[in-house]
Design a protein around this ligand. Structure first.
Ligand code: IMP
Length: 195
């Protein structure tokens, strides 16, 4: 029987948790915020992905004592000067409404020929006193309209390069193998497997 290693992932997002648990596999017992009794909505006050990831990881380490990792992701659209970027979750307002965010993005891209965009994820890992960062990126384009029901967030309007469908039409396994979070997590796991 494999002995599972325990680590907190500073999130309660069910999609992200199941994605990360699938990527990290049998060896890891990934605890969520609710698993450790944390119901605080940790404020993300930095203006960079790295800054926000670090804030969340430090909060858990300081208040709950667990080794932990936290991620922050943004969708950067070239023709919008990198928006929504670090504000991707609240692009259309503070209520984290994915459909409203997508609609606003499509509206703001009306008439734009350059539809290039990328997702970027930064993971901050705190083990003991040390913080390390792992980054993953996937390039692609914003489609003209949403397609697919899978995934979450901007998945129905993001088509990764060299693919013919949006993230929302891929299986979790397909998406994880090329996604920003999948790539950042692969680096995290490679590091964790060596320590
Ligand atoms: P978070 O930092 O992972 O919470 O991501 C911030 C926002 O980016 C989310 O609220 C989503 O709108 C969007 N986002 C993050 N990851 C993905 C993804 O894999 N697909 C689509 N949208 C995402």
């Amino acid at each position: 029987m494999t002995v599972k290693r325990e680590i907190v992932f500073a999130t309660n997002n069910a999609h992200k948790l199941s994605e990360i648990r699938e990527i990290m596999g049998e060896e890891w017992h990934v605890l969520s915020l609710s698993d450790i009794g944390c119901d605080v909505d940790i404020p993300e006050t930095a203006d960079t992905l790295q800054g926000n990831a670090e804030i969340k990881a430090r909060f858990i380490k300081e208040h709950y004592g667990y080794d932990c990792f936290a991620d922050d992701t943004g969708l950067m659209v070239d023709s919008l000067g990198g928006a929504p970027g670090v504000y991707s979750a609240r692009y259309a307002g503070s209520n984290h409404d994915s459909v409203a965010n997508m609609n606003l993005l499509l509206e703001n891209m009306k008439g734009k020929k350059n539809r290039k965009a990328h997702f970027s994820t930064v993971i901050a890992l705190i083990i003991g006193d040390t913080v390390r960062f792992f980054e993953g990126r996937v390039d692609g384009v914003i489609t003209e309209s949403p397609t697919g029901n899978g995934g979450f967030g901007y998945d129905p309007i993001f088509m990764p390069e060299e693919c013919e469908v949006t993230f929302a039409l891929m299986s979790a396994e397909e998406k994880n193998s090329i996604s920003h979070r999948g790539r950042a997590t692969a680096k995290l796991i490679e590091y964790l497997s060596q320590i």
